[in-house]
Design a protein around this ligand. Structure first.
Ligand code: SF4
Length: 274
């Protein structure tokens, strides 16, 4: 990504001076620019069905999606559905998911949620928020990931990146995930919620990092009240970019923009980590 030519020099109006309508318009312009920047944004966890996505999302707590994706192919080959996983030997399950960390607690959650899916939902992952959050290890965030990406139900996924960026954008001033979700939901049409979540998380991972946001290479710098929280010099900021936007990864970026899937890119030898 080249640095934007229109990087803002003057601070935006303080949030208190921005009308609700102006806030909504600005939020939607940010979403539009992020959509252009990340046309390939998807859930970064690999999955083929709702059960796999549910399991992968539970495993993703406190670790990276890359690590989960390296762990799940063997796991799903051995335990392809809730019934098989409910009958898993706990020690074996722990060993298979050990690289994702907190493996004892995660194995317990996977066994308990698999049992419940078999006992209460005929072996199929439920497609309602109120049912999903009754499963072991599944909170609103995981439930929204599954609803949005496996069932096509609009959902906003408030993880650490989403919460941080929503506050930097001035979309919310809350640190409570449920409040962040409702504040942001009020700014967008439900049909946009799932993709918005992916784009914001992509931007958080690649550009708007927790510690050193790359403001000088940020495509929404013009619309962001937090511009200046990070590096504003364009060439220094460009060096902070991660994943496919990192310096030297231009071919990967080009191929992602051309529509190659993550599986195809991996098969071509590209590493998709930071
Ligand atoms: S990188 Fe800087 S300008 Fe861009 S969204 Fe983050 S804080 Fe705002």
């Amino acid at each position: 990504m080249s640095a934007p030519s229109n990087v803002r020099r003057r601070p935006r109006k303080a949030a208190a001076e921005e009308s609700p309508l102006a806030l909504k318009r600005r939020a939607r312009r940010i979403n539009k620019i992020l959509a252009e920047q990340y046309p390939y944004a998807v859930a970064e966890l690999d999955f083929r069905n709702a059960f796999e996505l549910l399991v992968a999302t539970v495993l993703s707590a406190q670790t990276t999606d890359v690590r989960v994706n390296a762990t799940t192919p063997a796991l799903f080959a051995r335990y392809p559905d809730a019934k098989a996983m409910s009958e898993a030997d706990e020690a074996d399950l722990q060993e298979m998911i050990r690289p994702t960390g907190f493996f004892r607690a995660k194995a317990q959650s996977l066994l308990a949620l698999s049992h419940r899916i078999v006992d209460e939902y005929d072996g199929e992952v439920p497609n309602k928020l109120e049912d999903l959050v009754t499963l072991a290890g599944v909170g609103r965030k995981t439930a929204n990931v599954v609803l949005g990406n496996a069932f096509g139900v609009p959902g906003i996924t408030v993880d650490t990146h989403f919460g941080r960026l929503a506050r930097r954008f001035g979309w919310t001033n809350s640190t409570d995930a449920v409040k962040v979700e409702s504040d942001v939901a009020a700014l967008f049409e439900p049909k946009d919620w799932t993709m918005l979540s992916h784009r914001v998380v992509f931007h958080g991972r690649r550009v708007c990092h927790a510690k050193k946001p790359a403001c000088g290479a940020c495509p929404v710098a013009d619309l962001c009240p937090s511009f200046g929280e990070g590096e504003t010099d364009p060439s220094k900021a460009a060096k902070l970019l991660k994943y496919e936007l990192a310096p030297g990864r231009e071919e990967l970026l080009e191929r992602m923009r051309a529509g190659e899937t993550r599986a195809e890119l991996r098969a071509s030898g590209f590493k998709l980590d930071a």
